[in-house]
Design a protein around this ligand. Sequence first.
Ligand code: SME
Length: 161
Amino acid sequence: MPVADRVAEVRAQITELAQSSLTASELMQKMVKLLHERMLKYNWVGFYMLEPGAQPPVLVLGAFEGAMTPHTRIPLNQGICGAAASSGQTVVVDDVRKDPRYLACSLETKSEIVVPVFVRARVVGELDIDSHFPAAFTPEHQDLVKYCAVLVGKKLETAGQ
Ligand code: SME
């Protein structure tokens, strides 16, 4: 199946999940499972959420699919994850070996994308995906992952955790 068709199909399935999930937790659980199963290059898929009230702020591992990671709590001044959450910008790394911010999760990881999740214009967490393939997150994948993050932000706003 061509990548564009696969992306369109998964996008439609994600839309259905957002409609049928009653809570953001349910949506995040089902979303990571679907992305991990259906997108062959998405080898680790997970959410990190800002711990409410934590000072200094810290990202805590939430729903994920893939190998267990040693990074269950990430301060905002560390990692690609910290960079995305503190800047509110999507970070795409085509070759993790060349990015000094990178915190290793698996030796097999070659590329990574982290997309912030917003609720009422504030970062509340992020969707992090690692790939065993270099430069896996082309613009059409970036669009899909951003779409996922937007749906989770909307669900948090309307349905809560
Ligand atoms: N690579 C991330 C850490 C999280 S693991 O990939 C699951 C980072 O550099 O922040």
